[in-house]
Design a protein around this ligand. Sequence first.
Ligand SMILES: Nc1ncnc2c1ncn2[C@@H]1O[C@H](COP(=O)(O)OP(=O)(O)OP(=O)(O)O)[C@@H](O)[C@H]1O
Ligand SMILES: [Mg+2]
Length: 362
Amino acid sequence: MEQSKMARKQDDRNKAQAYVRKGILAILQNQAEITSEEIQNKLDANNFREVDVPAVLKQLMAEGIIERPPLSRVYVRLRKVDIDVCPEQYINLVQSGVAYHDWDNHLPNLMWAFENKEFVMMIGPASAGKTEAVRKLSELTGMPLFTFNFSLRTREHELVGRLDTRENGEIYFKPGVMTESMKAGGILYLDELPSAPGGMLLKLNQALDSRREITTDEGLVKAHPRWFVVATMNPLDLRGGGTKQLPPQIMDRFPISMDFKLPIDVSTEYAVIKSIVPEISKHSAAVRKGISVIQDLRQSTDLFYIPGIRASRTIARMIVAGKTLQDALEQAVINRYIFWGTSEKAKVAELVYSLIGRSGGY
Ligand SMILES: Nc1ncnc2c1ncn2[C@@H]1O[C@H](COP(=O)(O)OP(=O)(O)OP(=O)(O)O)[C@@H](O)[C@H]1O
Ligand SMILES: [Mg+2]
């Protein structure tokens, strides 16, 4: 009895080492320089059990895969239940180095949903961080990310797959993105789901119900138990940018809804931008002013469009590159409103100049 327990423990440890090894390889593939603390942070978010990372690194060194071990000796814990391993051929789809700042505390909920395979619907305006959050999930879990962007032009075979011919005339099944993610057991990200044509929603309906399978030209494909799906939609109100309703039966297949918002205070948004453009510390006053102007615009209820976090990021980059705040705001925000006519642009320009003064001052 005791012996089988010990054997099981050793087996667990081996699996753990193998998993950490894969994780580290995935991380190193996109990131040559990393400390062992950073590796720990990446692996730790998942309720990991003790594993000797330096031993894994030493082994990788002995095999000539890495040159030298990352600094400082730390241990990470490896997940106890169901050790997830990314299939070798999809390692390149595991995200890394994602500078996501979790200001609204979405990641713990996303991680829980991932662990429990409760599919998630992210709802929020453009550039509220939906895509970045799911990329971060891929990084934290070490699972590959398969992305599908819906538009009016997307075709069912891109999602499901179809028979294709090789150069030598051989016919084979070329899987679509969803089918591939189901087989691999990765994270499927369905961006702007309401834009999906009706026929595709039917296919999704089948895949997402409790059987988790679809019929393809290759036959029935059953999803790997690790398969996880996150979809997004933009709110239907004018400024949310959403275009179409989603049938309730599809909505129901995503039991967890996450409300992605744009930050409403300058410090929070500044911290988000700082995680992507660290150089802003040297231009903090101008960047904060820019963010505060953008946040004021978001408050005005009569605009057709409101700038998101992307606009703040662009303004920060321009300021770091030496442009004035006024120039940055004109190019990243004001000029856009010409789309709704000169008077709309003039209205926004007036609002912005009343906030910063016409010559900027920054
Ligand atoms: N929490 C965050 N941490 C770091 N960067 C963020 C965050 N939120 C937004 N960003 C920045 O804003 C940009 C837009 O974010 P993202 O692409 O995730 O938005 P989205 O919600 O997917 O928008 P869309 O609906 O337009 O696809 C990102 O490239 C990133 O630079
Ligand atoms: Mg997105």
